[in-house]
Design a protein around this ligand. Structure first.
Ligand code: NAD
Length: 248
């Protein structure tokens, strides 16, 4: 039997990039996956891929910046697969502007989608696990820019720094219930969030030790490990997956 057989894991932002690759890897280890995304067609196509490979999966349309929708997502996972063992709070956006053009709308949009979403996923996810008496795992996607500051990303930097602390603080709050909370801090990953300017992508790739963008599978494999029994003594930490970026 595969290691995660019988486990049910929600992945937000599961239609693309890091979330999609994590869905593929967790499903290959036997977990049933709820692929949650604003992009329902994308989520359905990932579900079709997982099912074609013999996995169990379901799609759910969610705007993670809305608490009631995240609560409905958690309920859907339990109604569909009978329990909840993990949630990967991963959906996110960027909105790059110089600080003097960072109007309240641009600031709040990124804080809502990248930061408040993580609180909603942790809050509704953990409450459900406690209600079900499940000792589960929560993984949050931060960024290298939750520790270092990127120019033009005041909103994103603030949100991701908060995510790093929410993993730490959440781990402390939930330890007594046997729920672990951990994070990943990716470097620049080759996903649609970076846009399609090849020159820009090459320049961003050159910032890493191997001189190229990191493939999303490499973040997914770390997240998959964090959901596994082998990672049971990792708690509260945010693991960099940045090919040495922060070491420069
Ligand atoms: P991506 O664009 O490939 O995937 C993001 C997914 O999130 C998309 O499917 C999108 O539809 C979904 N999404 C966006 N807003 C949403 C909302 N309000 N509700 C529900 N779903 C929503 O990008 P990715 O690189 O896979 O990003 C995943 C996470 O990784 C994000 O949190 C991002 O900030 C983080 N990250 C990415 C990089 C990178 O270089 N790609 C680096 C560091 C951190």
């Amino acid at each position: 039997m595969a290691e995660l057989t019988g486990k049910v894991i929600i992945i937000t932002g599961g239609a693309s990039g890091i979330g999609k690759q994590t869905a593929l890897q967790l499903s290959a280890k036997g977990a049933a996956i709820v692929v949650a995304d604003y992009n329902l067609d994308g989520a359905k196509s990932v579900v079709a891929e997982l099912e074609a490979a013999g996995g169990k999966a379901a799609a759910f349309k969610v705007d993670v910046s809305k608490g009631d929708e995240v609560k409905a997502l958690v309920d859907f996972a339990v109604e569909t697969f009978g329990t909840l063992n993990g949630i990967f709070n991963n959906a996110g956006i960027g909105l790059v502007k110089p600080f003097l053009e960072m109007d309240p709308e641009s600031y709040h949009r990124v804080i809502d989608v990248d930061q408040h979403s993580v609180y909603y996923g942790m809050y509704y996810g953990a409450k459900k696990m406690v209600e079900l008496n499940v000792q589960g795992t929560i993984v949050n996607t931060a960024s290298i820019y939750g520790t270092a500051a990127a120019l033009g990303s005041f909103n994103y930097n603030a949100a991701k720094a908060a995510v790093v602390m929410m993993s730490k603080s959440g781990a402390l709050e939930l330890a007594d219930y046997g729920i672990r909370v951990v994070g990943v801090a990716p470097g620049f990953i080759d996903t649609p969030i970076l846009g399609d300017d090849e020159g820009m992508k090459n320049a961003l790739g050159a910032l890493h030790m191997r001189g190229k963008l990191i493939q999303p599978e490499k973040v997914a494999s770390v997240v998959t490990f964090l959901f596994s029994e082998g990672a049971s003594a990792i708690n509260g930490q945010t693991i960099p997956v940045d090919d040495g970026f922060l070491s420069f």
